[in-house]
Design a protein around this ligand. Structure first.
Ligand code: ZN
Length: 420
């Protein structure tokens, strides 16, 4: 067999709701390459996004391939079937080479007790003293601890195994990259739980290359991290130690790394993340998606005229359908309706006022994270405008593209991967 497909050490997941920004996104990776940094672009779009926008998975591959050709990109690149499950994987099989197996819903599902007994019997190393290099203290666990965690997480690992085997059957082993995600759930996973999960994934023979745990704190869409940064930093460092330990202990892929979902715009933790990557010589997958769609809106607003009118129109419609739009994203947004400006107020705004309210500049007094989050989930409304929306984006693509590239490169790639 040829060499298995491997995800590069540093990679960035980019989302492109309407398939117009692949080139502007790739340009950010090209700028990184100019600084001697290889950041692999991975275009991701979930089943949920495809369903809301009304697109087919193959459109993401086509847009990415066109951008790669246009910029003569010689580096690696991938297309990610984001947050798929056994029920939703089929249309992604032919056109993706990266699969994010979403097993959050399987956590805590019923499980025969023999499965837990079998797991604990197979993993005596998990019970008692656990010395993981790099952790400040030796972990101590009881058999009951490990059983309780196995009860909770084995169903998730088994679900990952089932999806993985379906993809392997269709594509062949080593022909795709496997990510396992558990971020869309309420409770963060502790380092011991992470270890149980990795042991269970190894038992399922899932060659996981990136794992998206639920970290402590809130990872709201398009806005900064909400939580205790010091706690996050400790936990993130501990997770990296656990991953390295699990690679050796369970024979998982040597490039196994963490994936940070809803990773865009988390400016206050980029410093800690960068330091941790340096300290542990670790890789990272930073998954972003909607931040590009917001730049599309910012570019349209900045254009004034018909562009600005459309963004105001979208905002008014979004305000009227607040609950419906926020529903599917409940665990990843926090909007205080009292902090949302009225339709009349936004109607009076200049292009600059709207841009400053929407653009993620935490130091700017006009920045409004509530408005930004609402616009984040409002892409369904733009999809409803169909060709009219796309025509407007194409008409103002120069301005939009510059915003998209600068946002990814200056606000994401630089602080996370270059430490600047
Ligand atoms: Zn996610």
């Amino acid at each position: 067999m040829s060499r298995p497909l491997e995800l590069g050490k540093y990679s960035i997941g980019v989302g492109d709701r309407f398939g117009q920004q692949a080139r502007a996104q790739l340009e950010a990776c090209r700028q990184a390459a100019g600084q001697g940094l290889e950041v692999t672009p991975v275009w991701n779009k979930s089943h949920r996004e495809h369903a809301i926008v009304g697109t087919e998975p193959s459109s993401v591959q086509a847009a990415a391939a066109a951008a790669v050709a246009a910029l003569h990109w010689r580096g690696r690149w991938h297309v990610d079937a984001d947050h798929i499950r056994l029920e939703t994987v089929e249309p992604f099989l032919a056109c993706c080479d990266f699969f994010t197996l979403d097993v959050a819903d399987a956590i805590g599902q019923p499980l025969p007790s023999e499965a837990v007994e079998e797991f604990v019997a197979r993993h005596p190393e998990l019970v008692g003293r656990l010395e993981i290099p790099g952790l400040p203290a030796v972990l101590r666990t009881s058999r009951a601890d490990i059983e309780a965690r196995a009860f909770k997480y084995l169903p998730a690992a088994r679900a990952a195994g089932a999806i993985y085997r379906r993809i392997k059957q269709a594509k062949g082993a080593g022909r795709f990259i496997t990510e396992v995600s558990m971020d869309e759930t309420d409770t963060p996973q502790t380092p011991v739980e992470l270890l149980v999960i990795l042991a269970a994934l190894a038992d399922q023979a899932v060659p996981v290359q990136t794992l998206a745990p639920r970290f402590t704190g809130r990872f709201n869409k398009g806005v900064d991290y909400v939580g205790d940064v010091a706690v996050f930093e400790r936990e993130f460092n501990a997770d990296l130690c656990v991953l390295r330990f699990a690679i050796r202990q369970y024979g998982l892929p040597a490039n196994l790394k963490l994936s940070v979902h809803s990773g865009s715009d988390k400016f206050s933790i980029y410093g800690p993340i960068h330091r941790a990557l340096r300290r542990h010589d670790a890789g990272l997958h930073l998954k972003t998606a909607g931040t590009t769609w917001l730049e599309e809106l910012i570019g349209l607003a900045a254009a004034g005229g018909d562009g600005l009118a459309l963004v105001k129109d979208l905002y008014a419609a979004a305000l009227a359908r607040l609950e419906e739009l926020c529903g599917p994203y409940a665990s990843v947004i926090d909007i205080d309706p009292r902090r949302l400006p009225s339709v009349a107020e936004v109607g009076r705004w200049t292009a600059e006022q709207l841009v400053l309210a929407a653009r993620h500049d935490p130091a700017c007094p006009s920045f409004n994270p509530h408005l930004r989050q609402l616009l984040h989930v409002a892409y369904k409304l733009a999809a409803g405008k169909g060709a009219a929306y796309l025509e407007l984006v194409r008409a103002h693509q120069g301005l939009i593209g510059r915003n998209v590239t600068a946002n990814l490169y200056e606000r994401h790639i630089k602080p996370v991967f270059l430490g600047q």
